[in-house]
Design a protein around this ligand. Structure first.
Ligand SMILES: [Fe+2]
Ligand SMILES: [Fe+2]
Length: 261
């Protein structure tokens, strides 16, 4: 039996939400706003690929877990996209970003990649989300954020940890090639970091803060000197390179108790 639960959520984001909802920091707010721009289409690509693969899976438990993965990712996509309304109300536009993102995801990745490479890329993206999810819960990363944004990211993080083995196991069900797995994570990190940075620059450009000293000081603090996110992400990410890596080896399931019990 699958232990993964699909929960129906319904976030209502108030138009009164602060523009810089993460501790009044433009950098941190737009870093996570940018992630919010990436999730809905990224998750659509992942869930569609996994959904199409379900009928090929023979292991009953993995089949059920894959179905639950699809259900959870669909919820994440819908709830994050709701926040776009607030961003539109705040005056942000990101049509060009979405056109580029959708072209890469649906015209390039979905149409041109073989199923092995698609699943390798998805397993790599899921490793990245698991790294960020663990940091979110372990370090209480959203302690200074607006409560509803904290709730959104913590719920999403808890479910990412809950289903962390699924995409990897579906990939391994198709091929156990180490080379394809590693190429998949390289594609995944290039894609995710590329679009997170693009979204961040678009948001900061809109606020005319691209050359603002305080913003880049916040970046250095967040990534390198205070929260040290860069080093934490790097040291967890490279565990994926181990030949016998499996997502279940990381002891982080206990973190989700406080969020989804
Ligand atoms: Fe998700
Ligand atoms: Fe996920």
């Amino acid at each position: 039996m699958s232990q993964i639960t699909v929960r129906q959520k319904n976030f209502n984001f108030s138009p009164q939400i602060q523009r810089y909802w993460y501790g009044n920091s433009a950098f941190k707010t737009h870093f996570f706003n940018s992630i919010t721009l990436l999730f809905p289409d990224g998750e659509q690509f992942m869930l569609r690929t996994i959904k199409r693969q379900i009928k090929q899976i023979e292991n009953t438990q993995l089949k059920q877990e894959a179905a639950a993965f699809v259900g959870q990712e669909a919820q994440h996509a819908v709830q994050h996209e709701k926040f776009w309304q607030i961003l539109y109300q705040q005056g942000y536009t990101f049509d060009i970003y979405l056109r580029c993102l959708r072209f890469i995801l649906f015209n390039v990745c979905e149409k041109r990649l073989s199923i092995k490479f698609k699943l390798a890329m998805i397993a790599g993206v899921e490793h990245f989300t698991n790294v960020i999810a663990e940091l979110t819960l372990k370090e209480e990363l959203f302690a200074d954020a607006e409560p509803i944004m904290k709730e959104l990211f913590e719920w999403h993080s808890a479910e990412e940890i809950e289903h962390k083995t699924v995409a990897y196991d579906v990939f391994q069900d198709v091929t156990q090639s180490y080379l394809i797995r590693i190429l998949g994570i390289i594609m995944a990190y290039t894609f995710v970091l590329g679009f997170v940075n693009l979204g961040l620059l678009i948001m900061l450009h809109h606020d005319k803060k691209l050359l603002n000293f305080k913003v880049w000081q916040e970046m250095v603090q967040f990534l390198f000197s205070e929260e040290k996110i860069f080093f934490k992400v790097f040291s967890h990410s490279i565990k994926y390179l181990k030949v016998n890596f499996h997502p279940s080896e990381r002891d982080n399931l206990f973190l989700i108790e406080r969020v989804i019990g």
